[in-house]
Design a protein around this ligand. Structure first.
Ligand SMILES: [Zn+2]
Length: 236
């Protein structure tokens, strides 16, 4: 019995001891593993957290081109969609009677004012007295005589975001007045050399200005090139 007792005691003790060691050791190992996993995952986990802070300074280098593209693409796309919607891109007509698209030349990026600024318009050459007609529909917002533009016309689209600017007119069409609705092709006046245009080279200076609904006719606006729009238009 004594021997059996002693054996039992040894076995029990050994079992308990090893059980303790297994449990304790196991949890130690688990902890160690967890720690090492944490160690392993820490760089990965913490990578996103440094990277946003790193992305801050890094953004101008790496992400700005994308956001620039997005920033640029969006207005262009919405602008294009708007022009399509308005029919501006396909429905503009050359605003001087009997001038064909082959006679147009792109003078949008020509320098003016001794290189101080860009032309940002198209000059459509025609004999004095040739009819100036509305490139698109709109409302005559302003008939204004300026030193440079001479007899000018500001015609705003119905959505308020586009202004067609006509300058150097010899005269306005009879009866034309501010606040009047005009249809595309309606006669607005006559080609001339009023303002700073050369007497020898009468022409219509025509600009397309992108503005906002609440901006006045005289406020700075973004000029877009009329040339490709008129070039693609049907002859009037
Ligand atoms: Zn011009």
């Amino acid at each position: 019995m004594k021997i059996i007792d002693r054996i039992l005691t040894i076995v029990v003790t050994a079992t308990i001891t090893s059980a303790i060691w297994i449990v304790a050791g196991g949890s130690l190992i688990e902890n160690a593993t967890a720690d090492s996993q944490r160690e392993n995952t820490r760089p990965a986990e913490s990578a996103p957290s440094p990277s946003p802070t790193r992305a801050g300074p890094a953004e101008p280098g790496t992400e700005t081109p994308v956001s620039d593209e997005a920033r640029n693409a969006k207005p262009l796309n919405t602008e294009f969609a708007r022009m399509i919607e308005e029919g501006a891109a396909k429905d503009l007509i050359i605003p001087v009677l009997n001038v064909s698209s082959s006679e147009l030349s792109d003078t949008f990026t020509d320098s003016r004012g001794g290189g101080e600024r860009l032309h940002e318009a198209i000059d459509i050459m025609a004999p004095k007295g040739t009819s100036v007609i509305a490139a698109g529909p709109g409302i005559v917002e302003k008939m204004f005589e300026s030193d440079a533009g001479g007899n000018t016309l500001y015609i705003r689209s119905s959505d308020g975001r586009t202004i067609h600017y006509y300058a150097h007119l010899d005269r306005y069409a009879r009866g034309l007045k501010e606040g009047q609705q005009v249809r595309r092709g309606q006669r607005l006046g006559e080609v001339g050399s009023s303002g700073n245009a050369s007497e020898d080279a009468p022409h219509l200076h025509f600009a397309i200005l992108q503005t906002t609904q609440d901006a006045e006719w005289w406020e700075p606006a973004n000029a877009i090139n009329p040339y490709p729009l008129l070039k693609g238009s049907q002859d009037n």
